[in-house]
Design a protein around this ligand. Structure first.
Ligand SMILES: *Cc1c(COP(=O)(O)O)cnc(C)c1O
Length: 366
């Protein structure tokens, strides 16, 4: 005590923003030694031969050079792979999380509102708040469908700069009624971002609507990511929309936000999308099996899902979550996220073996 070597001055944090000090950090629980079904990752790795090809490709990458500030050739290849409508532009992000943040940042005039049906992806709210916007979550109905009247009233009242709609929604897993989303697009005074993170499992998209001659949607943006398709580790998302929007957002983008290893990996895998598509097909088949197995369990209400996860309700979510964890399975407890999610847990669809282990552990934990 009192010796000089032990003395360390405490940093004075008072210069930090009050809202930063007040918020608790986005919690990523440790998953060491557990079967990881908490984060909607694809459970499959690349086949060994393709992984070796990737290794060779990555070995050729010039790590001493900055990435291209505008990887035009890669973006053109991506545009072809996804059938980007003519005249539309793409912007790449360090995951779609970064793009959510940049869209909001670009619109964050004083008093700007970001709106989303709620509960939905927590990053919409976090990014809005960190960029000084007011966030308005419009409650879903009890069956997790859109409350069209409440949404249209909120849009008229709040005049949101940006509306986020997850398609399908996380954490509920459902696709909303398309005509209800059309009504939101008709009424929105600002941008509407359709977040298609789960496209490989929903196979339902708004991308063609970007250039529907009969019904132009100049304020529609479509957000996607490679994360849930099987490349969560490389962090690559993309935003599609009118080049007038993309050009403005691009001013805020850190010039080297997507690194050379990510670009090289994605470039190779665009030539092998059949591999990732086949993995997604296995996940979709397992989703159907898992849903049926959950529905056969007394005391479990499992909801339909167009994503690679299933939301289900039990009487004692904390007890079941802890029971699963004690048996080596990590899922996500969303029961306290929102009153509509009372009793709810969310599990990612894993491999058949992982799903069997989950079901066994669940039966023992109910
Ligand atoms: C998982 C998820 C994302 C993914 O974000 P990345 O940063 O691309 O990994 C985006 N939106 C929703 C709704 C998600 O569930």
């Amino acid at each position: 005590m009192g010796s000089d070597t032990n003395f360390r001055a405490k940093p004075d944090l008072s210069i930090l923003r009050d809202d930063v000090l007040a918020v608790s950090a986005y919690h990523v629980p440790p998953a060491e030694g557990l079967i990881k079904l908490d984060a909607m990752e694809n459970p499959y790795r690349l086949p060994a031969a393709l992984a070796r090809t990737l290794g060779e490709r990555l070995a050729q990458v010039a790590l001493n050079r900055y990435p291209p500030a505008n990887p035009a050739a890669f973006k053109a290849k991506l545009a072809r792979a996804i059938d980007l409508p003519a005249g539309m532009a793409l912007m790449l992000g360090n995951g779609s999380d970064e793009l959510i943040h940049l869209v909001i940042q670009a619109c964050a005039k004083p008093g700007a509102v970001v709106l989303s049906p709620w509960p939905s992806f927590v990053m919409y709210e976090m990014s809005a708040k960190f960029d000084g916007c007011r966030f308005v979550g419009v409650p879903l109905r009890a069956d997790f469908s859109l409350d069209g009247d409440a949404l249209l009233a909120a849009i008229a009242r709040e005049r949101p700069a940006v509306i986020f709609i997850a398609w399908p929604n996380n954490p509920t897993g459902n696709l909303f009624d398309r005509s209800a989303v059309e009504a939101i697009l008709d009424a929105a005074p600002g941008l509407v971002v359709l977040d298609e993170a789960y496209l490989p499992f929903a196979r339902d998209t708004w991308l063609p609507q970007l250039a529907d001659g009969a019904k132009p949607r100049p304020n529609l943006l479509v957000l996607r990511t490679l994360s849930k398709l099987g490349l969560a580790g490389i962090r690559l998302g993309y935003l599609a929309g009118d080049s007038a929007w993309i050009g403005q957002f691009d001013k805020l983008r850190p010039p080297y936000n997507v690194n050379v290893l990510t670009l090289a990996t994605a470039d190779l895998l665009l030539d092998h999308l059949d591999v990732l598509d086949a993995q997604a097909a296995e996940v979709r088949a397992e989703r159907a099996r898992l849903l049926a197995a959950l529905r056969a369990l007394p005391g479990v209400t499992a909801f339909d899902s167009a994503a690679n996860f299933i939301l289900f309700r039990v009487a004692d979510p904390d007890g079941v979550f802890a029971g699963l964890k004690a048996r080596g399975i990590l899922i996500k407890n969303v029961a306290r996220m929102h009153p509509l999610l009372a009793g709810c847990l969310r599990t990612t669809v894993g491999t058949p073996q992982e799903n069997d282990a989950f079901l066994d552990a669940l039966k023992a934990s109910l």
